[in-house]
Write a protein that binds this ligand. Structure first.
Ligand SMILES: Nc1ncnc2c1ncn2[C@@H]1O[C@H](COP(=O)(O)OP(=O)(O)O)[C@@H](O)[C@H]1O
Ligand SMILES: [Mg+2]
Length: 264
């Protein structure tokens, strides 16, 4: 079964399109890297798939259901954590919140099975022994791994990650990228990962989408990551460089419309 199908998908905010006329099909179990400059519509597309945003036209199916009927199958890791760090939550409590939320009602005392499951997913992301550490005192990479665990606790079939590496230093990027590889390798989860910098994640991608309000390209990494395609979005200085059999993208920090990529 396809995990996500979009046909002529246009997503609007008060009538103004942020994503326009997009078609793609993502098979179950595949990882999609969603690339595009600032303002390209990456977060908008993720939020619409997750049913956080509902203003769209065209067809969008998640495991053959409308997105809002597939919510229990979806895990979402937002770009910057919306946790209030003034509240001294432990790592385990942050993860368990993902499990409690799924049950649809608030608990003052966490059920034992939620606590056990939270400890298990913390172990999966390499944070056994961190259960009672305060979330706000963890490093950036550790926080991001706790947030991954929070999304994993409900056993999603589709995991949506919005720029999971963007706030991290290079060593923390490797730390989190390794956990994403582990998720891909050991759990049959379909993932959509938006990213500014595709390079640390390139090995993960079964498919790459280049979005610039409209769909610029969608396909296997070697089909999409071509000089001509990257330049059409990121401008003439962008390029794709093969190094020891791997592709590296040099895109700078382009913004939508600077190079006419949005067609406006
Ligand atoms: N809540 C919102 N209301 C109105 N416009 C929005 C909202 N969120 C995003 N947009 C607009 O939609 C476009 C795409 O934004 P976004 O999806 O955040 O892009 P990206 O994640 O690729 O940087 C931008 O023009 C942005 O200003
Ligand atoms: Mg975004």
């Amino acid at each position: 079964m396809a995990a996500v199908i979009a046909e002529n998908l246009t997503i609007t905010y008060e009538g103004k399109p942020a994503v326009e006329g997009v078609d793609f099909l993502l098979e179950e179990g595949e990882t999609l890297l969603l690339l595009g400059p600032n303002g390209a519509g990456k977060t908008t597309l993720l939020k619409t798939i997750a049913c956080f945003h509902r203003e769209y036209s065209g067809e969008l199916r998640v495991f053959d259901r409308p997105p809002c009927d597939a919510r229990e199958l979806i895990g979402y890791v937002p770009q910057s954590s919306n946790l209030n760090e003034k509240v001294p939550l432990t790592a385990l409590e942050v993860v368990a919140m993902g499990g409690i939320y799924r049950r649809g009602f608030a608990h003052f005392k966490m059920p034992r099975e939620v606590v056990e499951k939270a400890a298990e997913v913390l172990g999966f992301v390499g944070l056994s022994g961190f259960e009672s550490r305060l979330f706000r005192e963890l490093s950036g990479g550790q926080k991001q791994r706790v947030l991954l665990a929070r999304a994993l606790i409900s056993d999603p079939k589709l995991l949506l990650l919005d720029e999971p590496l963007s706030a991290l230093d290079p060593s923390a990027r490797v730390e989190v990228a390794n956990v994403l590889e582990r998720i891909k390798g050991e759990r049959n989860i379909t993932m959509i990962i938006t990213t500014h910098d595709i390079n640390p994640l390139i090995e993960l991608g079964d498919r790459v989408m280049l979005l610039n309000r409209r769909l610029v390209a969608f396909g296997r990494p070697e089909e999409v990551l071509r000089d001509s395609i990257i330049k059409s979005v990121y401008g003439p200085l962008a390029r794709v460089v093969p190094v020891e059999g791997r592709l590296f993208c040099i895109t700078g920090d382009a913004h939508l419309h600077e190079h006419g990529g949005g067609g406006l």
